[in-house]
Structure formats: C-alpha cells, structure tokens
Design a protein around this ligand. Structure first.
Ligand code: AMP
Ligand code: MG
Length: 413
C-alpha cells in the first residue's frame, strides 16, 4: 500500500504524451496542437468595410459645408464585389459590410447617417450624409491589422477549441499536427453484473461503472471503447483484457481487491502488464491497481484496475485516470489534475484514522469564500451522493473531526 501522493507521482512519471499526428483540422477539435500554425494570408486580407454605408475620401467630409455632405454614388459594392474604380473627390461607393474598400476611399459613413430619405441611394444617384461623430479612417478594418502572412497564429501546446479551429481555418490550415485522441478501453468484471437495460434478478447488479467511466472518458475528450462485462472466470477476463490492451489505456473495474475472485492482478501479470502499484492509502479507492504494458510497434498501454464499487471507481478516475489521460493528450501540467481550493465546511465531517478521505460535497461561493456542504452519502457503492457533487472534500488521515466553519481542502470537479 502506498500514499496517494506517491501513487500520483508514479502515474505522472509513467504516462507520456502520445506521438502527434497530422490530421484534418476538424478532427483536431479538443486536441493539443504539437506544431505551430502559420497564416498564409493577412487578416483582414484587404482593407474591409465594417459597416453598411458609403465609402469616401475623409477630406470631403472635412470640406463639407454646415456638416452635410452631398456626394455622388458611383458604384455599388456588396460583400464579394470588387472594383478597379478609384473613388475621386465628391464621389463615394455604396458599400456593404465585408466588401473591400475601393481605391481612393479611406472612411465609411454608415447608411444611418444619410439624410433627407437618401438612405436607399445607389450608383448613379446622390446621397446627403451627416455624421457628427466622423473620425478619419472610420469603419475600416485595415489589411493585416490582426495578423500578417507568415505569422504564427497558434502555438504548439494550445488546445484546439472553437476559436482556435476557426483561426486555423482562416489561416489556411486544412490539416494540423496534434496529439491523437486517446483511446480508452473500458471493461467491467463481475459475474453478478448485468447490462443497464436488464432488470437485475436477485443477486445481480447493473453495470453502472461501464457507462459512468465511458462518460468520464468522453468528458475529457478521449474516446471510450466499451468492452462490456466479463464474468469472474479467468478465460473470460483474460480474453477481454487482451482486447483492451490494444487501446492506449485499459480501464477495468472490479476484481482488484483481495477476495477469492479478485483474479485481475494475476491476469494482468499473465498478459505481460508490469505492475507499478496496487493499493493506495485512500478512502474510497483503496484497491486501485496501476501498471503498464510495453508494446513493440506502439506507445505503451496504461492499465488501471479500478475498484468495483462505483463511487470508489469514480473517485479513482478523478484522482488517477484523469491525469494519465491528460498527459497522454499532451496537455500542460497545470491541466493534469482537478483544481484544489480551500473551503469552509457548513456541517461537521470526520476523517478516517488510517488514510485520506474524499467526501462528495456541494460548493457555493459566499462573501467569506467557498462553502463546502457535505452531501448525504452512504459510502463507496453510493452514486446518489456523488451525483450533482461539484466537489470532493479532501480530509487528511488522523481521525480528526472537522466542525462547521472549519477550513478544509476541496477538489473542484
Ligand atoms: P469488486 O471490486 O469486484 O469486489 O466489487 C465491489 C462491489 O462493486 C461489488 O458489490 C460489486 O458488485 C460492485 N461492482 C463491481 N463492478 C461493478 C460495476 N461495473 N457496476 C456496478 N457495481 C459494480
Ligand atoms: Mg467483483
């Protein structure tokens, strides 16, 4: 049995980022960029109208008598239209947002500034404009104001969210080099288990870990590969484990404690998985197992044996599996773990004598900081207490009773 901090350090030292790959831009959504993206265009690519209105020479406005400018409209420019025409003094273009500013023009007067019902004026007519807030150069986004051709617009290490994908598209990157999606095989072991769509007979238990762990994997932008249920028979578990070892990570639940039918550690050994630790001073989650399978042609497979009890399984996922998946996905250290904060208890809780305890709680921000309200929870098989828990209260070993108002450490989910 090892300490929680030692277990986490072993995971951090064992897991390594998966080798990056070139992939289609949208396939990289949620992945970490491994090579920077440079733009093949200026942004904006040319001087762009930012308002619907009239593009003209700012000098004309300065020269207008009594603030009203009467001016000839010589061309209509919608977004996508271009012209070689030059705007001369006394002339303007009727222009729509997104169209290139024609030569000679250096400001846009919004269409709302047209007076005497001349708003609808098109090429061939005359418009009268009054813009009391006129500034030289107004309502034009200048070519290259945001970034220039050749400029690095996305750095390696950035996670590609919606804005980053949009920017890469604008910069002309149809493909990027990024960490691949982490593939995670999920196997539930136990002869008592039945699929969630079955009505459990006496002695049977629905496989809640399978969907729960798959959901936790999905929420980390990794790919769950559900392997279903294996009964507590060595051949059944071994066949399923062999299949799961083809993934980047195998998450197995159940059968890892010390009972007669806790066959999993021996099966891992027979499959060539090297044990790194088994059992951690932690409540819930003590039976957790972690190891690694070295592979010839591929990155190693990380293997976790999670406790069968669902709440224990999820706590172990949050504390141990999460950082492993984050590391494999190439994320920077600050993003490996759930954040920890200081919270004030709203009710008393008791620590365990021998190991740290994690208790589900609600979190609320108050004037005095974060408030942690312990949720009613019957223990490691109770998912009802965990559902809706925004955090986990982390109590150190020592058996101390913490009172309402005491400061405790909370893990924010
Ligand atoms: P084990 O770790 O196999 O000794 O299982 C501990 C407890 O967790 C037992 O009550 C099991 O029935 C239960 N359990 C194991 N696997 C699952 C699962 N996939 N879904 C729900 N409960 C489970
Ligand atoms: Mg079992």
């Amino acid at each position: 049995m090892i300490d929680l901090a030692a277990a986490i350090a072993l995971i951090e030292n064992t897991a390594a980022p998966l080798p990056p790959r070139r992939m289609r831009l949208l396939d990289a959504c949620g992945r970490v960029l491994a090579a920077p993206v440079h733009s093949d265009v200026d942004s904006p690519p040319w001087d762009r109208a930012m308002m619907d209105g009239f593009a003209l020479r700012g000098d004309d406005v300065a020269a207008a008598a009594a603030g009203v400018l009467e001016i000839d409209v010589v061309v209509d420019l919608a977004a996508g239209d271009v012209t070689t025409l030059e705007i001369r003094p006394g002339c303007c273009a009727r222009i729509m947002t997104g169209a290139p500013i024609p030569r000679g023009a250096d400001a846009v007067i919004p269409v709302e500034c047209a007076v005497d019902d001349t708003q609808g004026t098109h090429a061939g007519g005359q418009v009268r404009l009054r813009d009391d807030k006129f500034r030289p150069g107004q309502h034009i986004a200048r070519q290259g104001a945001a970034f220039r051709t050749g400029q690095e617009v996305l750095a390696a290490g950035m996670t590609l969210g919606a804005a980053e994908i949009g920017l890469a598209a604008e910069a002309g990157a149809t493909h990027v080099v990024a960490a691949p999606q982490v593939r995670v095989a999920i196997l539930s072991t136990g002869s008592e288990l039945v699929p969630p769509d079955a009505v459990p007979a006496f002695g049977q238990t629905r496989n809640s870990n399978g969907p729960m762990i798959a959901a936790a994997v999905k929420l980390l932008a990794a790919e769950p590969i559900p392997l279903g249920i294996a009964a507590d028979r060595p051949e059944a578990i071994r066949a399923a484990v062999a299949q799961g070892l083809a993934a980047d990570v195998l998450l197995l639940s159940g059968g890892v404690s010390a009972g007669d039918l806790d066959l999993v550690p021996e099966i891992f050994r027979l499959c060539g998985v090297e044990k790194i630790f088994h059992k951690v001073r932690l409540k819930p989650g003590k039976p957790v197992w972690f190891g690694i399978l070295q592979r010839e042609q591929a990155a190693p497979t990380l293997v976790f044996g999670l406790p069968g009890n669902p709440a224990s399984s999820l706590v172990c996922f949050e504390l141990f599996v999460r950082p492993a998946l984050r590391i494999l996905a190439g994320l920077p250290r600050e993003q490996w773990h759930l954040s920890r904060a200081c919270g004030r208890l709203t009710a008393a809780v008791k620590a365990a004598a021998d190991r740290p305890v994690y208790l589900p709680c609600r979190l609320a921000k108050s004037a005095g900081g974060l408030e942690a309200t312990p949720l009613p929870w019957t223990g490691s098989s109770d998912l009802l207490g965990l559902a809706g828990a925004a955090g986990l209260i982390a109590l150190p070993a020592g058996g101390k009773r913490f009172e309402a108002g005491d400061e405790v450490e909370v893990v924010v989910r």
